[in-house]
Write a protein that binds this ligand. Sequence first.
Ligand SMILES: Cc1cc2nc3c(=O)[nH]c(=O)nc-3n(C[C@H](O)[C@H](O)[C@H](O)COP(=O)(O)OP(=O)(O)OC[C@H]3O[C@@H](n4cnc5c(N)ncnc54)[C@H](O)[C@@H]3O)c2cc1C
Length: 426
Amino acid sequence: MSVVVVGGGMAGAACASALAGHGIEVTLVDRHDYSQFQPLLYQVASSQLPAEDIARPLRTMFRDRSEVTVVTGEVVAVDVEAKTVTTDAGTVGPADQLVIAAGARPNFFGVPGAAEHAIPLYSVRDAERLRRHLRDRLRGLGSPEGGGALTIVVCGGGATGVEISGALAELLQALRDEGRLAAPASVRLVDLGHALLAPFTDRSHRYALDKLTAMGVEVTFGVAVTSVDAGSATLSDGSSVVTDTVIWAGGISGASLVDLTGIPAGRGGRIDVARDLTVPGHPGVFAVGDVANVPDAAGGTLPQLGSVAQQSGAWAGKNVRAQRDGAALAPFHYHDKGIMAMIGRNTAVAEVGPHRHQLEGPFAFAAWLGLHGVLMSGFHDRVDAVMNWADDYLHHARAADLELEDSVGRIAWADDDADRPDLGPR
Ligand SMILES: Cc1cc2nc3c(=O)[nH]c(=O)nc-3n(C[C@H](O)[C@H](O)[C@H](O)COP(=O)(O)OP(=O)(O)OC[C@H]3O[C@@H](n4cnc5c(N)ncnc54)[C@H](O)[C@@H]3O)c2cc1C
């Protein structure tokens, strides 16, 4: 049997791993030669980790899996009946089964200028772009060329908006303490709703707001960004903020690849799937992770989370094997480990397990680390390297550094230096 898996993120990589070693020929296709670990993107954007540490080459991940062939190329056409995908480098397939794991993309909700001028935080490239932009802005701050005060506007108070706001507030404070801010710099978070971290409980909403406010972040609720240009952001209350730095954490929709499949998009531009993760009406086609509306047992839809992506990817792999063996496909069962967000050093909230047991501060940070250790295990077998890095990050506040190649605070993966991800021009 042969299977094409489109997308080498958490879902696609988990699926390929579940298929490897079972006599199935797997072709894993991604536009990048690496898999990225999105939960640490804000660490890259805020100059706390270099991009290399959260992007792992797919060829390295699957180097001991001879049945898995990695193809690097932008998918430009998908034939779900023939199960072929065409990349800018040629056509892959036909295969017996197709697994779509193409993830998501930022949703700018049609806000004028947002796609052109705001910086999303969805990929390693976005994080690197934001880091370089902030590095240049902060270095030039107060100089005639560099401009005056810097107001960073963060659009959206979900986990991404809260985590990046906290990390940037910490960075600015560290630079201020070292006397390296030549002009005022601040973070302003705006959200159309009335709470931070909406899917969490009220207690966590208050905790996140108190902590971010104490870190100096100005939070405004009930307000949306209505347009963005090169030097300002306009808000729905009619006010305007002078800024050249708008971070878009306003939401996501299914990857643009959905449009190539001919499958009608469901809610959020994602592919609706049955409980067994197959795409109704398209035999032999599965969709998993952020690209799919993955049903839960109660008839709702699971959120776009790493644990959903990883578990659904592995489950699809098991169901592909069942199909090959003539067995019945099993409905996906999600093991809910909870939701969590890291606001800053030792400042986190976690609601653990299906009953949402609440944790704050160092305990929540420990829970965050445990869950992310599990997610990381799909990315690298040296999970201890992440634990060491996290311990170091927590207990040794480092001098603020805007350039990170040789930083001592890196994750010590100890992979072959030659086996680095191709992150494109820097
Ligand atoms: C900033 C941020 C922080 C997050 N933090 C957390 C967290 O703390 N905990 C948690 O559980 N979850 C978190 N998430 C969510 C989690 O990271 C995602 O749910 C998960 O990574 C989705 O995995 P995926 O494999 O479905 O998609 P992705 O990881 O996005 O993988 C999709 C892959 O498909 C490839 N692809 C797409 N289109 C094409 C094409 N046309 N051609 C070729 N390749 C293509 C992409 O290059 C990509 O590698 C976070 C997400 C973000 C953005």
